[in-house]
Design a protein around this ligand. Structure first.
Ligand code: SAM
Length: 280
């Protein structure tokens, strides 16, 4: 089942959180000259037009990236993320939103490499087109979870693995834990960043319990809720689970997260979470 299209949601509050965290991890990896791999298991189309019928229909970006765009009081933690977004909007008008692979493309260096997978028959060619001239990137129409077995560890023994499934099938909540466990067995020192939506809190509690049961350590949870938990339909919050976060990330998010909440949710509903699921 591949009915999910990210173009309806691009640039929403969940993307802003996810891509801020992604950008900060990439910037930390760049502090050493040694190359690293950026592996994106569920890469999406790459570029999203915010004036498209799909984006306009939901208007989600208006309560996401549009609230940060052209603000002059952004904390320094947002600089790499916003510089990547600005690259795709050089006229100064917010028209395009770069997805995770394009944010990585902007931030990575010559010596780094990208491994991207996407299964959707319409999104895959769009993604491949974006990287046609980029010799650092390998783009495949393949199952993202499989990459955690076949592409790890990277030759450089350094890397960020972003796992961002649509969770349109319930088994994704188990598949991500299984995939991380397999990846971690092969490449224990990599940084893994898993995105999750909070639709039903019980699903996330179960996923975290299963993750804890793998025995993996150094698991940081970063969550931004725009509304309180609910048993009604719809996403009330989203978060990132980061395994082996760069040492600065917790401190950076301690500044960025409250600011983001205040900026994205002027009414003040919801909450933020920054805590260790499993410490050192
Ligand atoms: N990571 C992207 C970003 O931040 O810009 C968004 C990705 S979107 C949430 C999830 C994508 O996963 C969809 O484009 C969907 O087609 C794709 N997908 C679903 N199942 C997949 C699988 N097993 N392997 C690879 N891609 C898959």
């Amino acid at each position: 089942m591949l009915s999910y299209r990210h173009s309806f949601h691009a640039g929403n509050h969940a993307d802003v959180l996810k891509h801020t965290v992604q950008s900060l991890i990439i910037e930390s990896l760049k502090e050493k000259d040694k190359p690293f791999l950026y592996l994106d298991t569920h890469a999406g189309a790459g570029r999203y037009q915010l004036s498209s019928e799909r984006a306009e229909r939901t208007g989600e970006y208006l309560e996401g990236i549009a609230r940060l765009w052209q603000r002059d009081d952004l904390p320094a933690e947002f600089e790499p993320y916003m510089s990547a977004v600005a690259h795709f909007n050089r006229t100064g008008q917010l028209r395009y939103y770069p997805g995770s692979p394009l944010i990585a493309r902007q931030l990575l260096r010559e010596q780094d490499s990208l491994q991207l997978t996407e299964l959707h028959p319409s999104d895959f060619p769009l993604l491949r087109g974006e990287f046609q001239k980029d010799s650092r990137a390998r783009v495949e129409r393949a199952d993202g979870y499989q990459q955690l077995k076949s592409k790890l560890p990277p030759p450089s023994r350094r890397g960020l693995i972003l796992i961002d499934p649509p969770y349109e099938i319930k088994s994704d909540y188990q598949a991500v834990v299984q995939g991380i466990s397999e990846g971690h067995r092969r490449f224990a020192t990599g940084t893994y960043a898993l995105w999750y939506p909070v639709v039903l809190r019980a699903q996330i509690k179960r996923m975290l319990k299963e993750l804890e049961a793998t025995g993996i350590r150094r698991i940081l949870q970063i969550e931004l809720a725009v509304r309180p938990d609910s048993d009604q339909r719809g996403m009330t919050a989203s978060g990132m689970i980061v395994i082996n976060p760069p040492w600065k990330l917790e401190q950076q998010m301690a500044t960025a997260l409250p600011w983001l909440h205040k900026t994205l949710v002027p009414s003040g509903t919801g909450h933020t979470t920054l805590s260790w699921v499993v410490p050192e």
